[in-house]
Design a protein around this ligand. Structure first.
Ligand code: ATP
Length: 230
């Protein structure tokens, strides 16, 4: 038995009849930041959906804290400590910043006050409706909302997409602060440089299969060229 927080072995997934994952292996240990990488359409978001139980399970192992979660409904998986910040933000537009955070809040170290301290812009806009926030502020709120669940594993799918460089920097520095606190994070992001600076381990997907995993320092130019197209 490994001491993995999250462990996927040979996971497959389908959208209707179309197979999207053919054998994903992935492990996140406590306190680790793991970067899930691969070119467009290789299965990163689908892997995250499978972990969070947003896709029906077909085969393979999905274990969280040593427990098989492959047949749990999404809300039960969330309750065990999977905190998802989904692609495309999806905040509740007609609720205020504070109400959005309270809507998902569960007891734990990440109180609304601490989230506000991590993202001062949110603190300033506590009473503002989420739909009137800028894109960057909505993204901060989406991260904050996932944190408010006090997840054992924070999962971020393209949390910096479409944001101005200065706002991205704010998010990366917040993530660095989270890592320093020992928060485990599984991250998908297109800005490789910042992601690799944060990551302890990387997993590369190619057509729905894990083709490589290892530390960022072992990610050679050849691997990047072959699997990431950079
Ligand atoms: P990107 O970086 O472009 O977001 P990704 O690595 O996250 O890509 P996925 O979104 O997981 O890739 O897609 C994996 C495969 O599953 C692709 O071939 C995609 O076309 C397919 N797919 C994704 N969502 C659906 C869906 N709702 N219905 C059918 N096929 C889908």
């Amino acid at each position: 038995m490994s001491d993995a927080l999250l462990r996927l072995r040979d996971v497959t997934a389908f959208y209707g009849p179309a197979q999207a994952l053919f054998g994903v292996d992935l492990e996140v240990r406590a306190g680790q930041v793991v970067a899930l990488m691969g070119r467009n359409g290789m299965g990163k978001t689908t892997t995250i959906r499978a972990i969070c139980r947003l896709l029906p399970h077909r085969s393979g192992e999905i274990a969280f804290m040593g427990r098989d979660i492959s047949r749990l409904p999404p809300h039960r998986a969330a309750r065990l400590g999977l905190g998802l910040c989904p692609e495309g933000r999806r905040c509740f537009g007609n609720l205020t910043v504070e109400e959005n955070l309270l809507a998902t809040a569960r007891p734990g170290p990440w109180t609304i006050e601490r989230i506000a301290a991590l993202f001062p812009r949110l603190a300033e806009r506590r009473a503002q409706l989420a739909r009137t926030l800028s894109g960057g502020e909505q993204q901060m709120l989406a991260v904050g909302r996932a944190l408010a669940t006090n997840p054992r594993l924070l999962i971020l799918d393209e949390a910096t997409e479409g944001l101005a460089p200065a706002v991205r920097r704010e998010i990366w520095s917040a993530l660095a602060a989270l890592k320093a606190e020992g928060q485990a994070i599984l991250i998908v992001d297109k800005t490789l440089r910042e992601m690799l600076r944060l990551a302890d381990a990387c997993v590369i997907l190619e057509k729905g299969v894990t083709v490589w995993s290892g530390p960022p320092s072992a990610l050679t130019p050849e691997l990047r060229d072959r699997h990431l197209g950079v």
